[in-house]
Design a protein around this ligand. Structure first.
Ligand SMILES: [Zn+2]
Length: 142
């Protein structure tokens, strides 16, 4: 939408250029679209956190370094759009309502390197998607 309207007279207060009537219509449309997306995002996170809180008694969430991830421009928009902190906030305040317990896991805890059956820790490449335990031959796939 922003790309489609790039040639409109959008206005500039410093140069005292008034926005065109079509630009004003475009601003209203754009604001509506931003509101719609924000509402969809909020609705989805509310439903998801309620669903998780109903199904699990103990919820462990990883305390990620989001600021560090956002510094990577390839991940920034995807991570920002998923509102991690809002999910965490909702899970924490829903504790008392659903009787769940939310625990923050240290960001250096080897959660994806540890076997859930025997606790064995083995190094894994990021490209490897299936965990094959070297100790008890337990196979875990996402
Ligand atoms: Zn194992």
């Amino acid at each position: 939408m922003q790309w489609d309207n790039r040639n409109k007279v959008l206005g500039n207060k410093k140069l005292k250029i008034k926005p065109s009537n079509n630009a004003l219509k475009y601003y209203t449309k754009l604001a509506r679209q931003h509101t719609s997306l924000a509402n969809i995002r909020l609705n989805t996170t509310q439903k998801m956190t309620t669903d998780i809180s109903r199904k699990a008694a103990v919820i462990r969430i990883e305390d990620l370094n989001v600021q560090g991830i956002i510094a990577n421009h390839k991940l920034a928009s995807a991570v920002s759009n998923n509102c991690f902190y809002e999910i965490r906030r909702q899970l924490i305040y829903k504790q008392s309502h659903y009787g769940t317990k939310v625990e923050l896991v240290d960001r250096w805890y080897p959660s994806s390197l540890r076997c859930s059956k025997c606790g064995h820790i083995q190094p894994m490449e990021l490209s490897e998607r299936v965990y094959n335990c070297g100790k008890c031959s337990n196979i875990l796939s996402p």
